[in-house]
Design a protein around this ligand. Structure first.
Ligand code: 13P
Length: 260
């Protein structure tokens, strides 16, 4: 596989602007520029602007954690993808926390994906089932519904910029602390690719970058990254610790080097 591995740190609602600058500085001291690994940081909305001047853009790219689906208007308190166009390469869309707590319905996620693409931002779309849905045997149906609505009305050109993430909601650190086995991740990600193939053909499915977005740390990340279906990871808690996140990037680079 000659795709770069994509390692995304989702800082969620943590760190002040000052703490964010400090963390980026520490990461800069520990993470080298690798041609085979792309490192993306998703700080709070407030920290995006200062970090965009502080980061070494050869080594790090920025992602928003969310944005609003309209480009402008009376939407008080919102920030649009149009406003973020100059600052970020990526935006996380449909993170499970937002789907469950902030009104990101299937249709809202679809509109946000389209707004991101319209403004030249690559959406990192999170897709995954809750524990209840999994226990009820509905996991594939949920993934099918989330994936097909999120990708609705996109052209095959648009699709080239989309990144998907399988985020088993039951396997993130804020949930029950259960870990998804690499095998679980692989079979769901294969299923996601088969859906993309049905909608956009074999080439799109093969080229699509699909990340694993359940909990990982520096010790177990290799077992996910070495799966042929997995093109990277969306890291939560471990991305707030510079030792752990730098180590995750190092493991990714080592794996790529071994593959050559
Ligand atoms: P944790 O790595 O904290 O489990 O979070 C995963 C996640 O939600 C990434 O966006």
């Amino acid at each position: 596989m000659d795709k770069k591995l994509l390692i995304v740190g989702n800082w969620k609602m943590h760190l002040s602007v000052h703490q964010s600058s400090l963390l980026v500085h520490r990461l800069g001291e520990r993470i080298a520029h690798h041609r085979d690994v792309e490192v993306v940081i998703a700080p709070s909305m407030l920290a995006l602007q200062p970090l965009s001047v502080e980061i070494d853009r050869r080594r790090f790219r920025l992602a928003a954690q969310d944005a609003f689906y309209k480009d402008e208007g009376p939407c008080t308190g919102e920030v649009s993808f149009a406003m973020l166009g100059d600052l970020v390469h990526y935006a996380i869309v449909g993170h499970s926390w937002r789907r469950l707590n902030a009104g990101d319905t299937l249709d809202v996620v679809r509109d946000k994906v389209q707004a991101a693409i319209r403004n030249g931002i690559a959406p990192i779309i999170c897709i995954g089932e809750t524990k209840q849905e999994r226990d009820a045997g509905e996991a594939k149906q949920v993934i099918h519904d989330q994936l097909t609505t999120a990708l609705m009305n996109l052209t095959s050109k648009d699709i080239e910029n989309v990144v998907l993430t399988y985020e088993p909601v039951w396997a993130i650190s804020t949930a029950d602390g259960i870990i998804a086995k690499p095998h679980d991740a692989e079979s769901m990600i294969s299923y996601m690719r088969s859906q993309v193939q049905e909608l956009y053909g074999e080439r799109a499915a093969k080229n699509m970058r699909v990340l694993y977005g359940g909990s990982v740390n520096e010790h177990d990340v290799r077992s996910y990254l070495e799966l042929p279906e997995v093109d990277g990871v969306l890291v939560g808690a471990a991305s707030l610790n510079y030792h752990q996140f730098a180590e995750i990037v190092r493991v990714a680079h080592q794996l790529q080097t071994e593959r050559k």
